[in-house]
Design a protein around this ligand. Structure first.
Ligand SMILES: [Fe+2]
Ligand SMILES: [Fe+2]
Length: 355
């Protein structure tokens, strides 16, 4: 769309905003200039957006590249927002938005994963094998994955970091479970159920990928709900509960079609499953426990990170309620998380010494 504003200045690429929430920062200020359909400025970047604007058509210039420097751009979300009419039909897939800059961001994301992994894990063979998985991931799903990673990165810093964290812990966990392959309890948990888990390299990659993208649907949740400092209202929680289902929609749009990935992404919150028709896959339990562990140990706008002892106590209480598989629970809490915590303490001590 092209027009002239009241001053006669030519406005090019004026595009309608379908969800104004996505153009607000945490306190409700505009993250870019907002215009009416005639190209006249309604609200300048950085100004509070009044409620009345939600009832009218609002436009932005080049809204695929919002003029902000906070690292919280909104482009992948806008591509899939539910508009109406002709423009909706022509909306491209997420995977159509790959450009050199995105690619660069993707490569950077993966080098960050590598760095995180280096920090959290001693430089032994585990890390080497994990690199192999990461390499395979890059080679296999580059195009589809690019867009998903970019969506996470640009939409919400916490979700991005949390996703990387769940991803790296998933890799470590799968490797740890494999060390028990000769034990009955490994077979009882992973081979005797309706869904048999295959620990081939291709499957490890797939499960890790599902862990990385488990909260992809949060890129469609308004920041006002996602980052709300206080308790969510019932209505807000209702919106939040849609993120696993939204994740499935985004995965399909990005060209990722895999039943197990859908199971893990769709059902990582057992109390509100979004993918049905299949028996419980034990990998979902692993993803769920890692997800809770990382969330409890992370800082959010509304809470400080919990210490490891408190986290462990809460996980045990949850175990009582959820009846997670005892083998999965014990390997995660007594080995994987304990090792992580030890690495974290070592790292902190080393950092303090070198400061
Ligand atoms: Fe989630
Ligand atoms: Fe999560």
């Amino acid at each position: 769309m092209e027009s002239h504003n009241a001053e006669g200045i030519k406005i090019v690429n004026l595009k309608e905003i379908t969800d104004l929430n996505q153009f607000l920062d945490k306190v409700g200020r505009a993250v870019c200039n907002l215009y009416n359909s005639a190209g006249n400025l309604l609200i300048a970047k950085g100004k509070m957006v009044p409620q009345r604007l939600f009832n009218q058509k609002v436009f932005a210039v080049n809204y695929n590249q919002p003029e902000q420097d906070t690292g919280k751009t909104t482009e992948p979300v806008l591509e899939v927002s539910q508009g109406t009419g002709e423009s909706q039909k022509k909306k491209p897939l997420l995977s159509d938005f790959i450009n050199p800059k995105v690619k660069e961001d993707f490569q950077k994301a993966f080098s960050e994963i590598t760095e995180i992994f280096k920090l959290e894990t001693p430089p032994d063979k585990k890390v080497e094998r994990a690199y192999g998985i990461i390499d395979s991931t890059i080679n296999t799903d580059l195009r589809a994955l690019n867009s998903c990673i970019f969506a996470l990165r640009t939409r919400d810093t916490y979700t991005y970091n949390h996703s990387l964290s769940v991803y790296t812990i998933m890799i470590q966990s799968l490797k740890s479970f494999m060390e028990y392959q000769n034990e009955d309890r490994f077979w009882d948990t992973f081979k005797q159920q309706c869904v048999k888990v295959n620990f081939s390299p291709a499957n490890l990659r797939k499960y890790s990928l599902a862990a990385l993208l488990h909260d992809l649907g949060k890129t469609l949740i308004p920041p006002s709900i996602l980052n709300k400092p206080g308790r969510l209202s019932e209505e807000e929680f209702g919106v939040m509960k849609k993120h696993p289902a939204a994740g499935l929609i985004l995965l399909k749009k990005a060209g990722i079609e895999d039943r197990e990935i859908f199971q893990i992404v769709g059902n990582h919150h057992p109390s509100y499953p979004s993918f049905s028709g299949e028996e419980q896959n034990p990998i979902i339990t692993i993803a769920t426990i890692i997800d809770i562990y990382d969330a409890l140990r992370s800082r959010r706008v509304y809470k400080d990170p919990l210490d490891w002892d408190t986290t462990k106590r809460i996980l045990k209480e949850e175990q009582g309620k959820q009846i997670w598989d005892p083998f999965i629970f014990s390997v995660l809490t007594e080995k994987v998380f304990e090792d992580l915590e030890k690495d974290r303490t070592d790292l902190l001590e080393r950092t303090m010494k070198s400061a």
